[in-house]
Design a protein around this ligand. Sequence first.
Ligand code: FAD
Ligand code: NAI
Length: 474
Amino acid sequence: MQEFDVVVIGGGPGGYVAAIRCAQLGLRTACVDAWINKQDEPALGGTCLNTGCIPSKALLDSSEHFHRVQHRLGVHGINVKECTLDLATMIKRKDEIVRGLTGGVAALFLKNKVTWIKGQARLLNNTQIEISPTHPKHPKQQTVQAKHIIIATGSAPTPLSSLPIDQKNIVDSTGALDFTEVPKRLAVIGGGVIGLELGSVWQRLGSEVTVLVRGTNLLGKCDETVATEAQRLLVQQGLDLRFNASPVAFNSKNKLSQLVYRDTQGEQTLKVDKVLVATGRSPNTHGLGARAAGIQIDDKGFIIVDHQWRTSLPNVYAIGDVIGGAMLAHKASEEGVAIAERIAGQSGHVNYATIPWVIYTWPEIAWVGETAQALRDKGIEYKSGSFPFKANGRARAMDETNGFVKILADAQTDRILGVHVIGPYASEMIAEAVVAMEFSASSEDIARTAHAHPTLSEAMHEAALAVDKRTLHF
Ligand code: FAD
Ligand code: NAI
């Protein structure tokens, strides 16, 4: 039986990063992963690299180019006579990016001497894992021994009983990354992150996209003013948002498909070609044998851990989507590094207060820390400063004037409590705010820091000045 210091179950951004860090720290490490990719090969990278962050961003970028060439170049004096879509090439490019990156993780495993075991893991107890084959080329059933086990088995789309996924008419996020033609009418169930990102992709490529939103608010996790601006811009782009809407059924007869949903007016029908179900993700513990091995799992299926990612079974830890919290790749990776360091006797930690969020619509939405509404709910007094991109020179040069930066700072100490950006490349801009908050900066610290001119980041500088009501350019 092979023996390891650490066996990581799951090769997503939580698991593969944990495995690499363990190996860097001198621990004999294996990573077991069950993933079989589109090309019918075992692949590392988990949801993030194979069917999540990376392929969705590849299509978001491609579709944004398509939309820009058609609608946004005229203002620059560039007239494009004909712009046609070659969807097969767009999808192939996405697949090549995925393959390149997942192959890159395999190369990193080789470089760091992490043993990659291809198969489905089942915990027998807190030191033994049984691995069953998931691919005919790797048929070996085996049991391995580990001093420490890290569970990083991730999550999967939450199914809706009224709309079972067939990946043809009714798809989940994985299916929506691989349409072979642009659906004329796409209904999206769920106005969350996936719904808005993938809804944007297909809307830019020509679909009429209707989004059914369960409640009255879109983007409930965002700061209230950002959510309002995002909704305005998404509607302006052509997304048809229907609020208080819950799906009832999908009927398909004689090539005519209809989605039946219920809203405050009663039952409605919508002609559709495809339906994307994007109603959240659930933890992946299926077949893992966690409960049988004595690991406590909550009523939603998340593995219960303490503040050092310890499960109820000694020397067995869990990280990433399977423990809940923000279901984000970088949150999973941070936990992976921290737990590896703890196993090696160091004191790795994760500052959950400074985990950034990004939604890759256009404009992008990014934030870190508290929203204004959360501060009010907690009774924390705050000052707020905002600066619009329409007053930023670089944004005007780019013809990207929608959105703003908003900084929330403690009313007494001026310590930054939250930063919210909706605008061009908000995903890149938020890094400055994350570093500032990590160092407990005040808004005055950002206000006193030189920002290159002309850059989008000057909007961050001006928002910090605005906290003290001394913005210079607005
Ligand atoms: P996963 O990436 O889900 O990996 C888990 C791995 O464990 C998988 O490879 C699985 O095969 C394996 N596994 C499960 N059970 C077993 C078993 N018993 N034995 C062996 N292997 C097993 N996050 C972001 O931060 N930014 C984004 O832009 C972003 N975009 C996304 C877009 C989409 C469409 C989706 C679906 C998700 C997106 N996410 C994004 C979320 C992100 O993908 C997840 O938060 C992240 O992948 C979680 O990492 P993880 O390592 O916990 O799990
Ligand atoms: P989500 O939690 O963002 O949104 C799900 C939406 O579906 C919510 O608005 C919810 O109200 C709605 N909903 C739930 N049940 C419903 C029902 N029965 N009927 C109608 N609506 C219903 O989940 P989503 O979009 O599926 O994404 C899952 C997770 O993946 C995200 O929370 C995020 O953690 C991660 N992700 C991150 C991305 C990023 O960082 N840019 C991109 C995509 C996904």
